[in-house]
Design a protein around this ligand. Structure first.
Ligand code: MG
Length: 414
């Protein structure tokens, strides 16, 4: 009954969230409640787990917990998250902006502007949003200002791009039969026999011919209404990037991704200025300060921050809003499980300049099987879209019974 009382209290506070925004939410709830009903929700513990990826769970004194996920830059995440304990335990999980800023600024001398520190903080931030939503009985999109769309367009990373691949037809048919409206391929090939050097990434004519053939093959195999993007994985030098971008122009790609490494924004702009092929980058850039120069120099056509890596849901929304000021759409990179993917979907529902989000679990078949069973709600992608749920928090719950049986799973150890 204690839980019901708390929920009914927070239901009364639901309107307050929309009116004041998250920063002032805690103060508003406290101002509008009596001392007898004032929320006493406090964080009691934070744990992390390896569940196919890196997951964080934040616990409270009222039995509610929140789940978050970080990706890519999470090696060392379990020890980093324990370093965040002193900023979390005893705090109200509703004070998300305050907790985030305290952890970020306290880590400045430890590299808190990028990498593992920010990716781990990202997982914590998402867990706080899940917790706040559960405590207030509201979906995350509602806490972030309300939704502009009910469903989120997803593109399927294809898994093949080689006309000699015996699996090619099956992978391409998966994209078509599951009603995806877009797919992506990788044209960088470290094992290309035409390469002269194992280290340097200046592509020769034969390598560029191979890249064009991959795109040609995909365009021949896909119906016209399925769009195509191409990833170069931040490997190549400037001259190669410009040559490839030019060669790709007839294929009318949605974008060419990371044609050069992301840290030299002038080089990225040089590529963009040289071609009609739209240029996209962002999965290796962190927080709004990382993206600032990209916008100011107008070095890209599309950004693709990873919302499980760039700083979190609110940071992703701030980056999206900055992009909006420059008329740049956001098309997030994503490797996340359905927990991270659905958290991302809530945020993307609230920004006007959302284009499409990645999905990378279609291959091999065992990975897709895990995707379908990861949360109790089953496969959250239907006909190429994720419907944003109205349940509290992220709105999907891990299928513990299934996940505990997977190899390598380390379920929130004490
Ligand atoms: Mg990429």
């Amino acid at each position: 009954m204690r839980s019901l009382n708390r929920r009914s209290f927070f239901r009364a506070g639901a309107g307050i969230a929309g009116a004041f925004g998250m920063q002032n939410l805690l103060a508003a709830v406290e101002d509008n409640s009596t001392p007898y009903h004032r929320p006493k929700l406090k964080i009691t513990d934070v744990k992390s787990a390896n569940i196919v990826g890196f997951h964080v769970r934040i616990y409270t004194d009222q039995g509610l917990y929140g789940d978050g996920e970080g990706v890519d830059a999470v090696s060392g995440g379990p020890s980093i998250v324990q370093g965040f304990r002193y900023s979390l335990v005893g705090q109200s999980p509703l004070n998300i902006e305050g907790i985030w800023e305290r952890i970020r600024t306290s880590g400045v001398f430890g590299g808190a502007q990028a990498g593992q520190y920010v990716a781990t903080l990202t997982a914590v931030e998402i867990a706080l949003w899940d917790l706040a939503g559960k405590a207030l009985n509201l979906p995350i999109y509602q806490l972030m200002g309300g939704k502009l769309r009910d469903r989120i367009r997803v593109y399927c990373d294809c898994g093949t791009d080689d006309r000699n691949d015996p699996q090619a037809k099956a992978y391409i048919n998966q994209v078509i039969e599951n009603n995806f409206t877009m797919t992506k391929i990788d044209v960088d090939d470290a094992a290309d026999p035409a390469r002269f050097d194992r280290v340097n990434w200046t592509a020769n004519n034969a390598e560029i011919d191979h890249m064009i053939d991959k795109v040609q093959f995909m365009r021949e195999s896909l119906p016209k209404n399925i769009e195509l993007a191409v990833d170069m994985h931040a490997r190549y030098d400037l001259g190669t990037a410009k040559r490839v971008a030019k060669e790709m122009e007839p294929f009318r790609l949605v974008w060419l991704e990371e044609p050069v490494p992301p840290e030299n924004i002038d080089a990225m702009k040089n590529v963009r200025d040289s071609t009609h092929t739209p240029i996209c980058c962002g999965e290796n850039i962190y927080m709004r300060w990382g993206f600032r120069e990209l916008f100011e120099k107008q070095a890209v056509d599309i950004i693709m921050p990873d919302i499980q890596k760039c700083g979190g849901l609110m940071e992703g929304k701030k980056i999206a809003d900055m992009a909006h000021a420059y008329y740049i759409p956001i098309a997030p990179h994503s490797q996340a499980s359905p927990i991270g993917a659905m958290a991302t979907a809530h945020m993307l529902a609230t920004v006007p300049n959302f284009l499409v989000v990645e999905w990378h679990w279609s291959h091999p078949a065992t990975r897709w099987e895990r995707w379908k069973n990861f949360v109790k709600e089953g496969d959250i992608i239907e006909k190429g879209y994720i419907a944003v749920p109205d349940k509290p928090g992220i709105g999907v719950e891990m299928n513990e019974e299934y996940l505990r049986k997977l190899p390598g799973v380390n379920w929130f150890p004490a």
